[in-house]
Design a protein around this ligand. Structure first.
Ligand code: ATP
Ligand code: MG
Length: 256
């Protein structure tokens, strides 16, 4: 008799092992490639800065090509950094955290970027929230990745509809039984039904310039915190993500 629980566990184990393997390979590769890439980036930048000194007839062509090299190399470096974050073994350095305060600080940090894109962030944070146990550095990646995706989704919707829409990202926290829910919702382009089951997969992206690593990293960090993340269907337009974290188990997490 097939045992659905066993096979689900097995699937999960396989997934983790595959990721660990890819991670180890990637970390090695990234270290090899990073140093020469930084040298190329620096030199390309210097070429771009020297463009003005060139004779008029070759300047535009040179400028185009040097700028292209510079942007491509920069984007490659970004991809590698994202991969390295993903490949790093999950060593948590957790501590009791006031999630609301943590979120307020992050919101303050991204506010200028969101203001510039005409996006407002509305937060509804439960009062007297029980503390959660977080590795704040790693969890910062989680929230920033979700906020960046939300911003990009709003920009994609603006592009598609070819008009300025009022971009809104809602962040809320609620407490239920022994869990804390964190919801992040936007009114962007939304997730196509056929993409929904794939978006947490490593390398799955629908964006021209995406790496598809963002949500893979997010899910891994959330699960390292013994939490879960899922997409909650909402009426279009937009997308809603829910992270559920256990209320603080300080003793379980305490380091020797
Ligand atoms: N808020 C959102 N609204 C709509 N689609 C989303 C949202 N967040 C994620 N997605 C979908 O999930 C895909 C995977 O997201 P993920 O963050 O892993 O990669 P990415 O954003 O495409 O690339 P990267 O994060 O590396 O720049 C996206 O390409 C997009 O299709
Ligand atoms: Mg992303």
């Amino acid at each position: 008799m097939p045992n659905p629980h066993r096979s689900k566990e097995q699937e999960e184990k396989d997934r983790r092992e595959r990721l660990a393997y890819v991670g180890a390979l990637a970390a090695g590769l990234v270290h090899e490639v990073r140093t020469p890439l930084h040298a190329i980036q620096l030199n390309a930048q210097m070429l771009v800065e020297d463009v003005d000194k060139l004779p008029e007839e070759i300047r535009p062509r040179f400028d185009r090509r040097a700028s292209r090299i510079y942007t491509e190399v920069k984007s490659l470096a970004k991809t590698l950094e994202a991969f390295l974050t993903f490949a790093r073994p999950p060593r948590l350095d957790p501590g009791p955290t006031d999630l609301n305060r943590f979120l307020r600080e992050l919101i303050e940090f991204v506010q200028p970027e969101m203001d510039e894109a005409g996006i407002s962030i509305k937060s509804e944070l439960a009062s007297d929230l029980y503390p959660v146990v977080l590795d704040q550095n790693q969890f910062t990646h989680v929230v920033l990745n979700l906020l960046r995706n939300a911003k990009e989704a709003i920009e994609q919707r603006q592009e598609k509809e070819n008009e300025i829409i009022e971009g809104v990202i809602r962040i809320s926290t609620t407490e239920r039984e022994s869990q804390i829910d964190l919801l992040i919702e936007d009114n962007g382009i939304g997730i196509q039904p056929e993409d929904e089951e794939h978006i947490f997969e490593v390398f799955y992206t629908t964006k021209q310039k995406g790496t598809g690593l963002g949500l893979g990293i997010v899910r891994r960090i959330v699960e390292d915190h013994r939490g879960t993340i899922s997409v909650i269907p909402i009426a279009p337009p937009g997308a809603r993500f829910r992270i559920t974290l256990p209320r603080g188990h300080f003793l379980e997490f305490r380091k020797e």
